[in-house]
Design a protein around this ligand. Structure first.
Ligand code: TSJ
Length: 637
């Protein structure tokens, strides 16, 4: 091939490349979902996944991820190095293709990995297109190569910059501020994902560092036990029902499945599933297989050992999953993801594979560990009894609801409108604040439900206790949705559920309790964005006949500066100190107030705090109290 021929081919390729990457810059959402903070973090995962693929292929044992000052990301591995040879078809280095052609990467013509093959490895060009600049260095055991891009365009073509006897790949990039709403990475968000990947790839060392501020933060993780250690980590603050973490694995037709599980004394379930290391938060065929096989195997064993009698009903799938922590991880070629969020596995053969592994291994485990098996079955039997009791409690509640025409709680001051598009309910701590709220509200669309006294300890409660509880029962009936398996969002009587509590320890106690309750028993309420926190002011600043409210110390100082001399600052110790007009003006008037939507992350944090503070394990609680002493003085510990 003559020189000019190569060049024309090169030019032609360049045009295609630029068109491809321009499309990514025009519609970034199509490629990374969003340009918000979540999309920004996604860039890191796209790059890191390439190194994980290299580790799955068996050539990489160490990955480092660094957040450098200025929010530059550096990902480095000790794999083979992205190939730098000229690709015959395109006439340019393979590494350049990886960063400029959409959906390149993974395999370079034949070979490649088996099960693990090209699981991810498609995102490098997308990251390149969405970065102000990106540099890649490849070490191939002899030389170090480097190239540099700006907004997807190559500005320094591949060249040799040094010698080496090592191999590996290093990528640095700065996300494009013309594309992203924020460039600031959240170390904890990245850490969570890195830790998850370290658990899923047993034996792989991943280190993450944040060098933006000194002292730098850093964590090096390597879990030889893989998903067993993942279960142990999730249960670290919980009381386990049995010592062992049960582990099962197997393969069939080139796919493999592994499952790790352990029961705890809690009443909720933590089931995490993954396909090719991608978290399938909407479950799918592998989860279905797991649930069915778990139920069938536990029932079969319980019958065989006479723990379930002939006349007894089978334990239900919910019964055998009460208190369960389990990780399911499958690896397969050609994973098909369903649902809008692409977080549900669709390959039907995975149901069979997981069932097959469970059928082979679980009964065997039970036979070899009869004591553990007995503990698990007793736990499921208890769950079954509790569920039956709850059903009876519900029936009684329904009957009494029929006999008393209006079953709404007596303390509820309902609103006039019924369309939940417009209505909201304030759940208010304390009777006096409740009184002010009732007087101050706009009764057309605002309902008030005061809560008072000590709440139920949700942690130690089963669902049947929740039904009978005199603090939570009014919340359940006022919202109208019911709870647990009977939860029905269509019945929700108010579009916004606003928790209004003081900005002190007791208020935070109530917030944690309510959020934990919603998280455990009415989760879609949070997932679908119906729960809010009211933001009452902390200060009133008065000068002559002018008054302003401040919601933080900073705001107070700013207002004081603006108003100048002669101000009077009144500190609100509680909602109860405000009169109805003040409460309306500062906290309830939709045109003036701020309310904060509760996210699932908030709820997860509340749930964790709850577990630590109310659970039965003493040690995590002591640590938590030591670390947060000033916040938890009044907690029920
Ligand atoms: F995303 C990325 F492309 F930018 C990227 C890739 C980023 C980082 C930090 C690492 C990697 C990467 C790619 N690490 N290791 C590899 N491996 C390959 O690209 C590779 C090497 C050799 C062969 C082979 O068949 O000889 C195949 C592959 C896929």
């Amino acid at each position: 091939m003559s020189q000019s021929n190569v060049n024309s081919k090169y030019d032609e390729n360049q045009i295609q490349v630029l068109e491809g990457l321009e499309a990514v810059r025009k519609r970034p959402g199509m490629y990374i979902g969003t340009t918000s903070s979540a999309g920004l973090h996604h860039l890191v995962y796209e790059i890191m996944d390439n190194s994980i693929d290299e580790s799955l292929a068996g050539f990489c044992s160490y990955i480092s991820i660094k957040i450098l000052p200025g929010n530059i990301i550096e990902v480095e591995d000790n794999g083979r190095g992205i190939p730098v040879g000229i690709n015959k078809k395109k006439g340019i280095p393979a590494v350049t293709l990886v960063f400029t052609v959409l959906h390149a990467g993974g395999k370079f013509g034949g070979g490649g990995y088996k099960v693990s093959g090209g699981l991810h490895g498609v995102g490098a060009s997308v990251v390149n297109a969405l970065s102000s600049w990106l540099e890649v260095e490849v070490a191939d055991g002899q030389k170090i190569y480097k190239e540099r891009y700006e907004r997807g365009k190559i500005v320094e073509p591949l060249s040799v910059i040094g010698n080496t006897n090592k191999t590996g790949t290093r990528v640095r990039f700065l996300a494009d501020d013309q594309i992203f709403e924020t460039l600031v990475y959240d170390y904890d968000v990245l850490l969570k994902r890195v830790r998850e990947q370290a658990f899923l790839n047993a034996g792989l060392t991943i280190e993450i560092s944040d060098l933006r501020e000194s002292p730098a933060k850093s964590k090096k993780m390597c879990y030889e036990g893989g998903i067993r250690e993942f279960v142990k980590y999730i249960n670290r603050n919980k009381e386990a029902t049995h010592e062992d973490i049960i582990y099962m694995s197997g393969e069939k037709n080139g796919s493999m499945a592994e499952i790790a599980l352990q029961y705890t004394n809690r009443y909720d379930e933590t089931l995490l599933s993954f396909a090719n290391n991608i978290h399938t938060s909407d479950g799918g065929t592998h989860e279905t297989g797991f649930k069915t096989a778990l139920t069938r195997n536990i029932n079969a064993y319980a019958r065989k050992k006479g723990m379930l009698k002939e006349k007894d009903d089978n334990l239900s799938s919910e019964d055998v999953r009460e208190g369960l922590t389990a990780i399911i991880s499958v690896k397969l070629e050609d994973a098909q993801f369903e649902s809008q969020t692409k977080a549900k596995l669709g390959n039907s053969e995975m149901t069979g594979l997981v069932t097959y592994v469970m059928n082979q291994k679980l009964n065997e485990y039970f036979e070899e560990n009869p004591k553990t098996a007995k503990l698990i079955i007793e736990k499921a039997l208890n769950a079954s009894r509790a569920r039956e009791a709850a059903r009876r409690a519900r029936d009684t509640a329904r009957k009494s609801a029929l006999s008393t025409a209006a079953s709404l709680p007596g303390k509820l001051a309902d609103c006039q409108l019924r369309d939940n598009q417009f209505t909201e309910i304030y759940i208010v701590e304390g009777d006096s604040a409740g009184g002010s709220a009732k007087e101050g509200r706009d009764r057309r669309f605002q309902a008030i439900l005061p809560l008072w006294g000590k709440m139920l300890n949700v942690e130690k409660s089963r669902i049947d206790k929740v039904y009978g509880n005199d603090k939570l029962q009014p919340v359940i009936t006022a919202l109208g949705t019911n709870i647990g398996a009977d939860f029905n969002i269509e019945k929700l009587r108010y579009g916004k559920v606003i928790i209004m509590a003081d900005a002190d320890v007791d208020g935070s106690h109530i917030r944690t309790l309510l959020l934990t309750f919603f998280f455990r028993f009415m989760r879609p309420l949070i997932e679908e964005g119906h729960v809010y926190l009211a933001q009452p002011p902390l200060y009133k600043i008065i000068k002559k006949n002018k008054a302003e409210y401040a919601y933080s110390d900073q705001q107070r100082d700013k207002i004081l500066e603006e108003m100048g001399e002669g101000c009077l600052v009144q500190r609100y110790k509680g909602l109860g100190e405000m009169n109805p007009e003040q409460l309306w003006e500062t906290t309830m008037d939709p045109t003036k107030r701020t309310i904060v939507k509760v996210t699932m992350e908030d709820a997860v944090v509340a749930d964790e705090i709850f577990t630590i503070c109310m659970g039965e394990k003493v040690e995590p609680r002591r640590e938590f109290i030591e670390q947060n002493a000033q916040f938890v003085r009044n907690l029920d510990v």
